[in-house]
Design a protein around this ligand. Structure first.
Ligand code: GLV
Ligand code: MG
Length: 321
């Protein structure tokens, strides 16, 4: 079993219906950090078998370079799931990075998938543990069990919020996925679930990904909902239309001024704590006092900026502090 999961950029996670050969081809040229080829709710029951074959072909023959390649299989309680757990790894295991497991209500779902993957990897002589698991939390039961789910397997890379199924599970009185329900004007109906997922993900060292926004013509609405989870610290969001990709990539990266400031804090603090800088643990930078905790915050923003390919536009000189 591999020791540490790779850290993958996931600002934009593009949903591609496995039943659409056109989208399976088009997705390869789009700028999403991750594509997940969907067999679950975006594919009608009658179309599942053909979609499974198309997804295997796309993984084997397509060019998804630079992107994380995932397949959303069926939930562990469905009649399709046992075959999914085996067939993608058997038929395209070398070209697959993660499996997205939807409707995870219980740690046993993750245990099942972990064991199944291990059996297939051993049988085929593949590296055991390379293929990761992304657990979609989208029910009251799943949220109540999220801590044990997140701890269920070293393969677990991500906790993903599934707002549509979650809203249905709670009985939330709205039809617009991810938008505030009418009659709840002054608060954020999603704060609790987002924060709980995020805290659990960080406690386990895995990524936290927000779910889809289905109003595909309303890119501003997408940005508004994305800003909410990005501000908390989420790593990215599912996108269900190519128009949402750029908005996700921008929203989950820091702004240029924040990125510049983070790099400046890192340089200034490294200098202040050095012997040349007077071995100081707290120092003034412009109008702000910075210390070790400021450095930790700056590391987060700088890492996100570097991963997003931002280039700093200012340099530190000791006169700044
Ligand atoms: C996604 O699967 C959702 O339920 O929102
Ligand atoms: Mg769902």
């Amino acid at each position: 079993m591999i020791d540490r999961r790779p850290v993958r950029p996931r600002r934009s996670c593009l949903a591609v219906p496995g039943s659409s050969p056109k989208m399976l081809a088009k997705a390869q040229g789009l700028g999403a950090d991750m594509v997940f080829l969907d067999l679950e709710d975006a594919v009608a029951p009658e179309a599942k078998a053909a979609a499974r074959a198309s997804v295997v072909d796309a993984l084997n023959d397509g060019d998804f370079s630079g992107k994380t390649r995932a397949v959303r299989i069926h939930a562990a309680t469905t009649p399709w799931c046992y075959r999914d757990g085996v067939s993608f790894v058997e038929c395209a295991g070398l070209y697959l990075d993660t499996l997205v497991l939807p409707k995870v209500h219980d740690a046993a779902h993750v245990h099942w998938l972990d064991l199944t993957l291990t059996q297939v990897e051993r049988a085929l002589g593949l590296a055991v543990g390379r293929i990761g698991i992304e657990a979609q939390i989208e029910s009251a039961h799943g949220l109540a069990e999220v801590e044990t789910i997140a701890a269920a397997s070293p393969r677990l890379e991500t906790l993903v919020f599934g707002p549509a199924d979650f809203m249905a599970s709670l009985g939330m009185r709205t039809l617009v996925v991810g938008e505030q329900p009418a009659g709840y004007p002054d608060g954020d109906a999603y704060h609790y679930v987002l924060m709980r997922l995020l805290v659990t993900a960080r406690a386990r060292g895995v990524s936290a990904i927000d779910g889809p926004f289905l109003q595909i013509r309303d890119v501003e609405g997408f940005r508004r909902t994305a800003r909410r989870s990005a501000a908390l610290g989420f790593d990215g969001k599912w996108v269900v239309h190519p128009d949402q990709i750029e908005a996700a990539n921008e929203t989950y990266a820091p702004s240029q001024p924040d990125y510049d400031r983070a790099e400046l804090i890192l340089d200034a603090y490294a200098w202040a704590t050095s012997s040349a800088g007077g071995r100081r643990g707290a120092v003034r930078l412009g109008e702000e006092m910075i210390d070790e905790a400021s450095r930790k915050m700056a590391l987060v923003v700088a890492a996100k900026g570097r991963a997003a390919g931002l280039v700093r536009t200012s340099m530190f000189t000791p006169l700044d502090s």
